[in-house]
Ligand binder design. Structure first.
Ligand SMILES: Nc1ncnc2c1ncn2[C@@H]1O[C@H](COP(=O)(O)OP(=O)(O)OP(=O)(O)O)[C@@H](O)[C@H]1O
Ligand SMILES: [Mg+2]
Length: 258
């Protein structure tokens, strides 16, 4: 019998191709890439602006229709578009974006933002106890429950966005530049939080052009350039013995944070 925990990665991306526009205006944003993410593993996608990182994340989340390839969750292909995925499939793969000001509804309280996925899951109104427990996982106090996003700091808002993703009890969280809008100290606290989540069994796809945070969080890295994967492997190996001059240049260009 196949043991899914050992034999099958949580997520596989196979031969993914994604484009924008049509005809002479078509641009190939992601050009035949394949990689996988194991359980409780953090894989970083790194690369310069425009290399296709976000498009990859959006295809996995079902938010952009790929022109070819498969997204396979625990051995079974996921429907390409989010609207064709089952509720359970939608819960399993969550995505958190760079800017919580755009992703959190300003007219909803934190209680309603974080409570909604809990209610979808449980079918009943989320209790203060459940909400408090979720907020504790992202190191926020239950005092924020009655507040609106505009009453929180950038780092707090990003924690709310992560708590909302966690409320769906996902197997995988795609983090697209989730620390990029934050100052370096707050970045470090978010990175620590994500690492705790990973250790608790959640797989992470960490998209960033900031290599400073990759080494402390990711087991493996996928290096993208112009829609292609030019290198992938163990993070330490990739950065210490980068085979490709592009990876070396990318790494040398970024200051480290602890
Ligand atoms: N909505 C869109 N319409 C047309 N082209 C797009 C769209 N979104 C992205 N692109 C193009 O697709 C390519 C890949 O973009 P993508 O956003 O995936 O890059 P990225 O690696 O995430 O960059 P960044 O680090 O700046 O976020 C780029 O050439 C970009 O201009
Ligand atoms: Mg991007």
């Amino acid at each position: 019998m196949v043991n899914p925990d050992i034999d099958v990665p949580e997520l596989e991306v196979r031969n993914l191709i994604a484009t924008y526009g049509r005809g002479t205006r078509e641009i190939v944003a992601v050009d035949d890439i394949s990689f996988s993410i194991g359980k409780a593993e953090c894989v970083a996608i790194v690369g310069e602006s425009g290399s296709g990182k976000s498009t990859t994340g959006r295809c996995i989340a079902g938010l952009h229709l790929p022109s070819n390839g498969e997204i396979i969750f625990r051995g079974a292909p996921l429907p390409k578009q989010a609207r064709d995925r089952t509720r359970e499939q939608l819960q399993q793969v969550q995505i958190v974006f760079q800017n919580p000001d755009l992703s959190l509804n300003p007219s909803h309280t934190i209680r309603s933002i974080v409570g909604r996925p809990l209610e979808m899951l449980g079918g009943t109104r989320a209790t203060t106890g459940e909400l408090t427990e979720l907020l504790e996982r992202v190191q926020l106090s239950a005092r924020v429950l009655g507040k609106y996003p505009s009453e929180l700091s950038g780092g707090e808002k990003q924690r709310v966005a992560i708590a909302r993703a966690l409320a769906a009890r996902p197997s995988i969280i795609i983090c697209d530049e989730v620390t990029s809008a934050l100052d370096v100290f707050v970045q470090a606290t978010i990175v620590n939080l994500l690492d705790d989540l990973r250790q608790s069994g959640v797989s992470l796809l960490f998209i960033t052009h900031n290599l400073g945070v990759v080494r402390s969080l990711a087991n493996r890295a996928v290096v993208m350039k112009d829609g292609h994967i030019i290198e992938q492997g163990n993070t330490a190996t990739i950065f210490e013995k980068a085979q490709h001059p592009y990876t070396q240049a990318l790494y040398n260009a970024v200051p480290e944070i602890d």
